[in-house]
Design a binder for this molecule. Sequence first.
Ligand code: ADP
Length: 902
Amino acid sequence: MTSLVLRDWLTTNSDPLEPFRILAETLPQLVWTARPNGELEFVNRRWIEYTGLDVDEAQTGIWKSLIHPEDYMESNAHWLHSLKHATPLETQNRFLGRNGQYRWFLVRAEPLLDSNGQPVMWFGTCTDIHNERSEQHRLRDRCQTIVENANDGVLEVSLDGTIQFANRRMAELLGCPADELVGRSALDFLFEEEQRRARIRLEARREGHGERYEARWRRADGSEIWMHTASTPKYDANGEIIGSFGIFTDIHALKLAERIARQHQAALTLSEGRFRAAVDAVGGLLWTNSSEGLMQGEQPGWAAFTGQTYDEYQGYGWAKAVHPEDVQPSIESWKKAVAHQSTYIFEHRLLRHDGIYRFFAVRAVPVLNEDGTIREWVGVHVDITEQRDAEQALRVSEEKFRLIADTMPQIVWSTRPDGYHDYFNKRWYEYTGMPLPHEPGGEYDPNESGQGWNWKEYLHPDDYQPSVQRWQESLRTGELYTIEYRFRRTDGVYRWFIGRALPLKDAHGHITRWFGTCTDVEDVKAAENALRDADRRKDNFLATLAHELRNPLAPIRSATELLKLTSIDDPVIDEIRDAIDRQVTHMVRLIDDLLDISRITNGKLQLRHEPVILQQVLQSAIETSMPLITAGQHQLNIQTVKEPIPLVGDPVRLAQIFSNLLTNAAKYSEPNGAISVIVNRFDHEVCVIVRDHGIGIPPHHLPRLFEMFSQVQSAVDRSQGGLGIGLSLVRALVEHHDGTVEAHSLGLGTGSEFTVRLPIRQHDVPVPMTVTTLAQPIAKQTVPTTRRILVVDDSPTIARMLSMLLTTKGHEVETASNGEEALYALQSNTYDLVLMDIGMPIMNGYEAAKRARASGIQIPMVALTGFGREEDKLAATQAGFNTHLIKPISSQSLDQVLAQLN
Ligand code: ADP
């Protein structure tokens, strides 16, 4: 508009600018004109007054020197833009006044255009706005200071959420410098799940709605921050909404606290739930009462169990569900607990909804407020009916146990796993005289007599240490406790007992109790001792008997030997002599058997272990039993193998096994019986069968046949002086040689069969020809040399017979009747051999031998004795005898002794 008016005006005036200049001088502004290139052409007086410069001085670049350096860039940019596009200019900048001060001016310029639209010149004005502008700036600065120093973040965003301004605090909150925030979208600083909500908020803002909200923002480093935002719309000059301002408050700590509180709440709820579940699980009822002890509010557990309605159980209504007998004490004790604010512990019966009473253990505790006052009571009812029933059953069974224990003749006791005695039956108190504990089955009192370890005081002092040690050992290992000890009776007498105890274990094998008994074995022990004494006496008796029996046999034997040597050609005498000889041999064997049995039962049998050949053993056995076989006119049939069968053992004892069997076969067969010995060799053992066709053995006798003194009645009539020990000797000897023996018979009249099995033991040792008293046939043996022999015996008959026998054999004999005489004879004469009895008056054989040896007498001395025990032989050797011979001495043994002198 302005441009057109000017153009019109210019075309009608010769100096078209004159009126303008006049006008310009009247204006309060600084007025100027410039050429189309911007060069100043005219300035008014006001301009010159202000700047102190004339137009001639206003050369190119003048603007730069006038405009404040901070404003120049912007103003110049506007000016260049207007010049280029011939558009009006409007800018604000400070101009330097002649007084050296800058003032703010509003600069405006309008181009004067030609018909082509090209600027012909520029009209410009600079209006002093310094005062207004300063005021504005002050305001803005104040505002800015407030915003910059605010404790809250301030954010200015456009409608699409682009950040246009952020204060220092906002930059802190988002962890990003303020100038970097500008231009970015505020949405960038929100977590994904928040962005959707933020978009909705932005939309709402277009409508001009302010709002307050809390959101989780994402700081530049990715960490989270909770902020509260109050936002208000931002309007432009026309009242259009162009964005919003937001005030951001940091509520992060608050939120965290809130979250923790929520978690706590959740945990609380959970633990309460757990508590309820636990109470349910143990069959309990959970309930709460008011601080005054009244049941108030919903009690679901209580209602479910009792079937009481809400109204029924309120206050003290619950007591109606309690068993009538328990009501009064329950209420009283409840009131007391409430009054004292102490834990309520009680047991009572509660009526279940189905009309059945159950036993409950009740516990209630007061829950306190922070100030210590009672907030409420929390109680639990736990069903203990089963437990009570079990306790009851236990009591009954315990009573039963006590009753049984008290009727037993033994002392019965029990202890805890650690060995602490907590129970004794009546018998213990009766025996020891200890006072009875007050209440059987009641709680035990450690000071009570008999409890704990007091029992030890009643032990015999000698048994104390081993008993306690053994008991503690059992406690440690859990092994059966068994011991013999003496306990003091109430009258002070000690009696023997057998103590036994066993541990009772639970399902896990842990010991829960020990149960023990003490059985009085004093009488049994006495009987045992008596028996042992009797046994010992029996053994001694047997040994003495054998000795005494042998003594009279000695001269008989010598006499028969003598008869054999003296030639009397009378068949009758020969027969009598042989009969006597047979009977003596038989009696000697009986006596030997008796001694052997006593040795075996006492474990004193000593066996030799040497290489032997079975066939030789059998040969020896057959020779021994031959007289009896011949006497019975039996047929002996022997089936054996050619190869020698090697064994290891005692040749005499092995022969004894078979001779005993053969003797029995002969004894228990009718005359003219057939007897067989059958040898079968196997890899590792040999089997010898001794078979007869005699009277046989009834089957029921077979199992006990090998026991000592076992005899079949019918056989006894037939037996020829048997003692019933032959077979037991056979079994003992076979077993001593690691073998077995069996008897077979189909019954009476069917004959018998004895099978002996012995292990074969290979050996290369040449088998010595063993001399056995049993096996050697009676044979004459000539001893060429004449010996001087001293016979010492207190029995004149024995001495005489022996002397006669030796004289007959061609020796010179002298006699002495006791040890003293013998010593005298030995000192005054020389002998080749001494045959000396042991048991003699004045001085016995041992003593005489000892003294003889002590005085340097070297000649061989042979002990002749009726005692054939091992200890007797040993005693003889120790006394100084070279050999020990058992009476009655056979001619053959004499010959052997004499032969050894060569
Ligand atoms: P004894 O023959 O001295 O009585 P034994 O111990 O040798 O004692 O035998 C015990 C018993 O076994 C004999 O009394 C006899 O009854 C029976 N007996 C032993 N051997 C035979 C046998 N061959 N035939 C029948 N009975 C026998």
